[in-house]
Design a protein around this ligand. Structure first.
Ligand SMILES: [Zn+2]
Length: 820
């Protein structure tokens, strides 16, 4: 699963800490699922599913005469056992959550039996506690079922992880179960369907419906079952003769391959590095409106948020969904083929999916791009303030809590360090062994350790105990000195993390004299370690963690000259990034500015972009030095986002001579380039910018362009544009860009005496305010209510525009109404 960043911001607040003592054991297997056959019919008017399920099971080892199934919030109509084609009724108890069935006799371990259940699933009537990943675990979602929401298609999709598929299917909803399945969906003839495995048959019914039967002939876990229904366009690719397909809203059919089209190449890549050829019969990806998470790796049928659907102009900046595609795809091996046995071990699924993003970038776009992804994910963990959580976590409040920056980001970095420690060939060979040993089964973190020990011959308990069954990360203070008399360089490494835990870290230290380096391999494993190396002269640079793989925070004691050497000769992404960081803090120093100037032309676009954000345009020295480079980047950089950022910086010079450059860029197909150019133009030629803005409203705009158009028109104060301004604002999707426009909109509304116009603007702001997810209101409401709306109310009152003032006040919450 890939988390939704909106949902991730939700803090898990609870004063009840009794969970800290509750060990979360792996679910006991009493009965094992073997096969499930489901007949599903949908009632769109009620958002109900009428289900008939034939569930085949067997006692795991010990004999039993009872069966407990998860079946959440259902109406159970009938429970029978199927014997020789006949159904015999069974007694059962149902508490609206679990179905406890009394079997007709005692069954021995391995002795198969099939129960039949006739039921109604009522997902909108199930009350389940929300979670970080999924806002509410309904399992089965009817989207716009009555078709009354304009501009939104009618869809059905399911979301199982963690234990929500038992809202629509009685099952043992635990990740350590696996089964084959067969799902028949009866839907209106105009819809297409998607489920796991292969489409085995399609049958037209006399009532205009059609029944599609999907068969999944390889076992997988219950949370990975999926159903999708809707009026999609289906675009087909292939991998070694297997179907690879993309289900998108029809308007996105022309760009579907630009969003998902790298999938076959990704399948080939992941098949090659794992040595396990893509194990399933097909691979489909489908988009879902109002999806409650980012994306979900249902076996052979990944569901993506509709945020995946970008238009052709958005895609010119790059496909922002590519790594999500990679992430969910790698789950088809890590998660679906081998599955975590418990939510405590979820990192077995998520660390690999997370790390697959680094691996893909490295393969497709080079080591810098891989290292960039790795570094960004490491920061995601370090900034998440979760240093106290174990990676494999047997104590948690809610099972959803383990879907966090520890299981994902930290887990991915732990794999990255492991790969560096054992070497590439051992790393991928161990992954192969882990996958083939545990295929179609569940596993815990120890099984991964055993695979690595088997391949490398090394004991790795220390690594697993430190990283998997422990918490935190090292904080390092690294100092360097040179003893002229002894001709020795010293590296002093102090572990300064607050906890008592001392980390054992295999580290490479590179000592540079000019371009040549000597590498020393050491173990930092004490509170303080001192390493000495012979060196005939003071080195130009001592580079600790030469491969830049450590998961840590660190304080280094290096000079600008050493960083300049590091930028030039050490050369990894992070070496260069650290040098840029250091130089950006010394922008009064001409040598630092020279480094930044060079970094604006770095071979890797990510570092060009970073440097653009770091150069301080208030400093004359910087302005003078970087100007010609900015012009070059603005005109010629192959990466559109870099061009846009350079244009934005050039705007700060306010030179009329750049007007033609900006005007040309306003017509760029990238919303970002166009938006930044329009903004830069408005700084030197407001009339010209307004004319461009009006012209650009002829076509729908998104992203940066959309917010700049609105801002430029608002700043003109031209009431004849009011209709366009408000319409533009109304059409902008909920986003940071839209939030950024609020201030200009407020200024515009502050000026107008036209009360109808004013009210409509206030309504637009209030609609926007109310649409912001609850998790963010704490940050946004104080500005929208406390500053913007209250400010407008006060201003209008002072101007004697009582009707306008009263209207704003009526939209304020009680605490903000005070004082009026
Ligand atoms: Zn995932």
């Amino acid at each position: 699963m890939l988390l939704n960043f909106l949902a991730m911001a939700q803090p898990g607040k609870s004063s009840d800490t009794s969970w800290k003592k509750q060990y979360r054991e792996t679910a006991t297997k009493i009965n094992d699922l073997v096969h499930t056959k489901l007949d599903a019919k949908f009632d769109f008017s009620k958002s109900y599913m009428y289900g008939q399920a034939w569930i085949t099971l067997q006692p795991h080892f010990y004999s039993t005469d009872s069966l407990r199934l998860d079946a959440k919030g259902m109406d159970i109509h009938k429970v029978t056992i199927v014997k020789n084609g006949k159904q015999l009724p069974l007694k059962y108890d149902y508490d609206n959550w679990q179905l406890n069935i009394h079997l007709d006799k005692m069954y021995k371990g391995g002795e198969q039996y099939t129960v039949f259940i006739d039921y109604t699933s009522k997902p909108n009537e199930v009350k389940v506690r929300g979670s970080a990943a999924i806002t509410d675990a309904k399992g089965l979602y009817f989207i716009n079922p009555d078709g009354t929401e304009k501009d939104k298609p009618t869809e059905i999709w399911t979301q199982g992880e963690t234990e929500a598929n038992s809202v629509w299917l009685p099952t043992i909803d635990k990740p350590n179960q696996k089964m084959t399945d067969e799902i028949a969906m009866t839907v209106p003839g105009k819809f297409v369907t998607l489920s796991n495995g292969k489409l085995a048959s399609q049958k037209k019914n006399s009532d205009g419906t059609r029944t599609d039967t999907w068969k999944m002939e390889l076992p997988h876990a219950p949370y990975l079952l999926f159903m999708g229904v809707g009026d999609y366009a289906v675009i087909k690719d292939s991998y070694k003769g297997k179907e690879v397909s993309y289900y998108v809203d029809k308007e996105y059919a022309p760009v579907a391959r630009k969003i998902f089209g790298l999938t076959p190449e990704m399948i080939a890549f992941y098949s090659r590095i794992t040595g396990v050829d893509y194990p399933w019969i097909k691979y489909s990806q489908i988009t879902g409106h109002d999806y409650v998470s980012g994306a979900m790796e249902n076996t052979t049928a990944t569901l993506h948020s509709d945020a995946a659907q970008q238009d052709a102009r958005e895609l010119t900046d790059g496909n922002n969904w590519e790594l999500v595609v990679a992430h969910e795809l790698f789950h088809q091996w890590f998660g679906d083929y081998v599955t975590t046995e418990s939510w405590s071990n979820i990192t077995l699924n998520e660390s690999f999916a997370n790390y697959s993003e680094t691996l893909w970038n490295e393969y497709k776009y080079g080591k810098d791009a891989g290292d960039d992804q790795n570094f960004g994910d490491m920061q995601g963990y370090l900034q998440s303030n979760s240093g106290k959580k174990d990676l494999v976590r047997f104590y948690y409040n809610d099972k959803e809590d383990v879907f966090d920056a520890v299981s994902y980001n930290k887990g991915g970095r732990v794999l990255h360090m492991l790969r560096n420690y054992v070497g590439d060939s051992a790393f991928f060979k161990a992954l192969h062994l882990y996958l083939t040993t545990n295929k179609f089964r569940s596993a815990e973190a120890q099984q991964l350790r055993l695979a690595f020990e088997e391949v490398t011959g090394k004991d790795l308990n220390w690594y697993w105990n430190q990283w998997y069954y422990g918490a935190g990360n090292p904080s390092l203070d690294i100092a360097y000195s040179y003893d002229d008399a002894a001709k020795k360089v010293q590296v002093i490494v102090n572990q300064t993390q607050v906890s008592d835990k001392i980390f054992k870290l295999p580290v490479a230290i590179d000592v540079y004299n000019g371009a040549s380096k000597t590498r020393y391999r050491v173990w930092a494993q004490n509170k303080s370690d001192t390493f000495s190396f012979a060196s005939p002269a003071k080195p130009d640079l001592v580079n600790f963690d030469g491969d830049k793989i450590l998961l840590c925070t660190k304080k280094e004691n290096k000079t600008l000259d050493e960083y300049i050497h590091q930028y030039k000769y050490a050369g990894t992404y992070l070496d260069r990034r650290e040098a840029i960081d250091f130089a950006s803090k010394h922008q009064d120093d001409s040598k630092a500015v020279a480094l930044l100037k060079a970094a604006l032309k770095d071979k890797y676009e990510g570092l060009r972009s970073l440097t653009l954000t770091r150069i301080d345009m208030k400093k004359d020295l910087v302005r003078k030095e970087v100007e010609p480079v900015l012009v070059d980047l603005a005109k010629n950089d192959p990466k559109r986002t870099v061009r846009a950022a350079a244009i934005s910086k050039l705007g700060t010079y306010k030179k009329p001579e750049y007007a033609s450059l900006f005007k040309a860029a306003v017509n760029d197909s990238s919303y970002t380039v166009s938006g930044d150019a329009l903004e830069a133009l408005s700084e030197i030629d407001s009339a010209g910018a307004l004319a461009e803005a009006k012209r650009l409203t002829a076509k729908p705009a998104k992203g940066k362009l959309s917010s700049v158009i609105t801002a430029v028109m608002i700043e003109s104060g031209d009431e004849s544009s009011a209709e366009m301004i408000l319409k533009n604002f109304e059409m902008m999707p909920l986003s940071q860009n839209k939030f950024n426009v609020l201030q200009s909109l407020g200024e515009f509304l502050g000026k107008t005496k036209n009360t109808d116009l004013f009210k409509r603007g206030i309504d637009d702001i209030v609609t926007f305010r109310d649409a912001i997810p609850e998790a963010f209101k704490g940050q946004t409401d104080p500005y929208i209510n406390g500053v913007l709306l209250k400010g407008l109310a006060a201003k209008k009152k002072e101007a004697g525009l009582t009707e306008q003032s009263d209207y704003v006040i009526s939209k304020l919450p009680a605490e903000d109404k005070k004082g009026f």
